[in-house]
Design a protein around this ligand. Structure first.
Ligand code: AGP
Length: 590
């Protein structure tokens, strides 16, 4: 996933405007970056390998310009390097493009263009785009742009400028997000709203097959297949600018962990939507969840909760669902797609395929207006606000809150639980934010534990039933921001092999709610301690102390200390928890 930005207007410090826009898109990718501005009939390009914060002197210039484009990269084709950084141009540097996505037919296009004499400088898939525009150009930039876009296969959000027509920016979208910020005498193009909110709250969201002709004082959107004009709704960004800032926290991740109690409250605001959608879901013969990474763990927790009420369902990873589970989908199926960004390709493509097969689709999404929200039949928004850190924390809490509510309402619809139990459990969920606040108040204890264990090179996480996903999520967090190996297992599985890995000093995090399986968990802990492993308990009286809560809600409360634990271990290991290596906030490629 990459971050794209564009500016056209009356201000002549375009490079500075674009650089600041990129800083708000850095969570989308940060292995290289670049800016291109048109000035005195020249395209001035500055780009290099590295994070935005390291590139200010290299890519931000004082060139006088009122139109330009910019890009921060998460490499898919071609190593992170100066030459592979975007923007890319054609042979004569008359057309300049930035792109997010994958051009699946780039090799054949490159071969065709090289045979026509085009000279390439990078090993990226993107570079075929400016050369295609150049090849099609016969005096009309827009016509050449559309002809080039129609030759592309794969996913793209792309933005182009040209010396041939220096008063407009052209932008096109297919399966990668792109918005247009509407200013006064100026307009902005970006991958996501944090890049434009400092300039305008009014945005247009491009849909697949849309392209836009963006001038200083107008925006026209058309369909690049038909050429027809498309009427677009103007959306107003309703969250506060501060939400996209750190507000005094050292990292976005820490801020977002401390926003977890509010994430529960915000998700609860969708209760009416959840109730209505549950009544639809209850009418289907089979229920599937599809998601990736942390969102998948939230979906897995929902699977366990539904099973507690005697309702079978399946939670499947998007990349597996796409080529396996999809064969079982028909119109008697309900599919719940869970995604913070609403742009994850592995999840999105499953939703589209299930739609084609007649299934009923529900999305559980954080980013309003994201692609997934426009594919599914109904949406449950978690309203967690922008989640900037690559490692998902508050969004996970919002997803689990929504899914617990959904499971309860489905169970009530199916007469598996009564109204009284439902109301009692909803009241219990409302009590979770306060209990979570108590956990957060113990942050210093958790920081101390992280200090004691930050040198460990392997961790085990174990839990049972709805806390097996909690173990998975705890393990993923420490893997992705501390680069430490961590294994998560259903606690009962240790003795079937993994126990061989336990030896002196290996830390085992045991998730132990006070329920009917507590004794079983104690036996698993004893098995581990008999091999001199060090067991750290997440429990009402454990090393990670949590307040009393209904065990069904433990996937919510018991993960917060583990998010903090992973965060502080990352810090102690001298790493940047907000921007872990090799990763991006939303993986918009399959
Ligand atoms: C979570 O911390 C990771 N960043 C990653 O696993 C993420 O949850 C996954 O890519 C799914 O993203 P989504 O929720 O935006 O679909």
């Amino acid at each position: 996933m990459c971050g794209i930005a564009g500016y056209i207007g009356e201000r002549e410090n375009t490079s500075e405007i674009l650089f600041n826009m990129l800083k708000h898109l850095e969570y989308r990718g940060y292995d290289s970056a670049g800016i291109a501005c048109i000035s005195d009939d020249v395209i001035c390009i500055s780009k290099d390998k590295g994070k935005i914060s390291e590139l200010e002197d290299k890519i931000h210039s004082d060139v006088v310009s009122d139109i330009g484009i910019a890009h921060t990269r998460w490499a898919t084709h071609g190593q992170p390097s100066h030459v592979n950084a975007h923007p890319h141009t054609d042979c004569e540097e008359k057309f300049c493009v930035v792109h997010n996505g994958i051009i699946e037919n780039h090799a054949e296009l490159r071969d065709e263009l090289e045979k026509k004499g085009h000279k390439f400088t990078s090993s990226t898939d993107t570079e075929v785009i400016p050369h295609l525009i150049e090849d099609f150009y016969e005096g009309d930039f827009e016509q050449a742009f559309v002809s080039a876009v129609k030759r592309l296969r794969g996913s793209f959000a792309l933005v182009a400028v040209s010396l041939r027509d220096g008063d407009r920016i052209l932008a096109a979208r297919k399966e990668s997000p792109l918005i247009i910020g509407l200013g006064d005498g100026e307009n902005f193009i970006a991958s996501d709203t944090p890049a434009v909110i400092h300039h305008t709250r009014n945005i247009i969201i491009l849909d697949d097959f849309n392209y836009a002709v963006v001038l200083r004082d107008s925006v026209v959107v058309k369909d690049f297949q038909s050429g027809e004009c498309v009427k677009k709704e103007v959306h107003r960004i309703d969250w506060d600018v501060k939400q996209a800032e750190k507000e005094g926290f050292e990292h976005f991740m820490l801020k977002e962990i401390f926003e977890e109690p509010q994430a529960v409250r915000n998700a609860l605001k969708a209760q009416k939507d959840v109730e209505g959608i549950a009544s639809k879901l209850a009418g289907y013969g089979r229920i599937y969840f599809v998601a990736c990474g942390t969102a998948y763990y939230a979906a897995l927790a929902a699977k366990y909760l539904l099973e507690r009420f005697g309702i079978p369902s399946e939670a499947v990873l998007g990349s597996e669902f796409r080529y396996s589970t999809i064969n079982s989908i028909d119109k008697d199926c309900a599919v719940i797609a869970v995604s913070q960004s609403g742009e994850t390709a592995d999840t999105l493509v499953c939703a589209k395929e299930c739609k084609k097969k007649g299934a009923y689709l529900t999305g559980i999404v954080n980013v309003v207006g994201s692609s997934l929200t426009r594919v599914v039949d109904d949406n449950i928004h978690i309203y967690a606000g922008p989640e900037i850190a690559v490692a998902s924390t508050k969004a996970y809490i919002g997803q689990v809150t929504s899914l617990i509510m959904l499971s309860l309402f489905i169970a009530r619809e199916m007469n598996k639980i009564g109204e009284e139990y439902l109301r009692e459990m909803l009241d219990n969920i409302h009590s979770v934010p306060g209990k979570m606040g108590e956990v957060l108040a113990g942050v210093d204890e958790i920081k101390k534990l992280a200090g004691e264990y930050s040198g460990k090179e392997i961790f085990f996480y174990i839990g049972r039933r709805q806390n097996y996903p909690t173990a998975l999520e705890g393990a993923l967090k420490i893997k992705e921001i501390s680069y430490v190996h961590a294994e998560a297992y259903p606690a009962g599985e240790l003795k079937h092999g993994p126990l061989a890995l336990l030896e002196d000093g290996v830390p085992v995090i045991a998730i132990m709610p006070n329920d009917e399986l507590l004794e079983k968990m104690e036996s698993n802990v004893a098995e581990a301690e008999a091999r001199n492993a060090i067991v750290l308990r997440v429990s009402e009286d454990g090393d990670f102390r949590v307040p009393v809560v209904d065990p069904l809600l433990s996937p919510l409360l018991y993960i917060t200390p583990l998010h903090l634990f992973a965060y502080y271990i990352s810090l102690r290991r001298g790493l940047d928890p907000d921007k872990p290596r090799n990763l991006a906030k939303s993986v918009t490629v399959e």
